[in-house]
Write a protein that binds this ligand. Structure first.
Ligand SMILES: [Zn+2]
Length: 249
């Protein structure tokens, strides 16, 4: 059987003499792994169209076991992202998270569209103005939401009182923001400022394309990064998994 996918190439791994296994997030089948036979031969043309951070139309032949890539037509190679170290680091963090948190063969068109618009928006940004961070953080909060981890940022997750605009706390175990009083009764919690809490609410109820208009301070960004790191480590069920990325994201 032949299949055609719209996909984003996440990762490649060399196997055998001249082959590669590709991890691809597709619109039609979610995350898949396929084999590229002979793609590492010097004259092989296919490999260039299957580099990580490429959106492509991918053709796969499949009978038993892993599908075999027979062709790929790049739609966007995201050359700016690939040439900007800041963007590249964040995208690899996102890819790593997707590889870790999303199981194979679970189709989700909303996640595919969100993922593609994240890369498309990132591709348009200049570095050094904080927009890359805002987009990445906004994308990650929306992704967690789509994956079923909606963080409560309107009311305290413990006493359900409306959160006051003051320093509050985030608890991943509780799945959201705690008021000052309830935080005192929790052991695992991290501090967040009121602006970061407001931004989480904005991220969860607005389109990703609008996030670049937000004015966000580096302090707010750091609080949001801490919330994402805490969530990623918790969800990956491996406390050390994402520690290396704390400085990047
Ligand atoms: Zn409370």
């Amino acid at each position: 059987m032949d299949y055609k996918y719209q996909g984003i190439i996440l990762n490649k791994k060399d196997i055998a003499e001249v082959d590669r296994i590709y991890t691809i997030y597709t619109q039609e089948a979610g995350k898949i792994k396929v084999i590229g036979k002979g793609v590492r031969k010097p004259n092989a043309k296919l490999a260039g169209n299957l580099e990580p951070i490429t959106a492509a139309e991918i053709f796969v032949a499949k009978s038993r076991g892993m599908g075999k890539v027979t062709g790929a037509i790049p739609i966007n190679i995201f050359s700016r992202i690939k040439s900007e170290l800041d963007a590249l680091h964040r995208v690899f963090y996102v890819f790593r998270l997707i590889e870790r948190l999303i199981p194979e063969q679970e189709k989700d068109e909303k996640i595919f569209k969100l993922f593609l618009s994240y890369l498309n928006e990132l591709e348009k940004q200049e570095t050094g103005n904080g927009k890359i961070d805002i987009l990445t953080l906004g994308f990650l909060f929306k992704l967690l939401d789509e994956l079923g981890y909606r963080l409560e940022a309107g009311r305290c997750v413990r006493c359900e009182k409306k959160l006051a605009p003051e320093n509050n706390y985030f608890s991943i175990a509780r799945g959201g923001i705690l008021c000052r009083h309830c935080a005192a009764k929790e052991t695992r919690r991290i501090k967040v400022n009121s602006q970061a809490v407001k931004l989480i609410r904005i991220f969860l109820s607005n389109k990703l394309e609008n996030f670049v208009k937000l004015q966000v301070s580096s302090t707010d960004i750091n609080y949001l990064k801490a919330v994402i790191n805490e969530s990623a480590n918790w969800l990956a069920e491996s406390p050390k998994m994402f520690d290396n990325f704390t400085k990047i994201l």
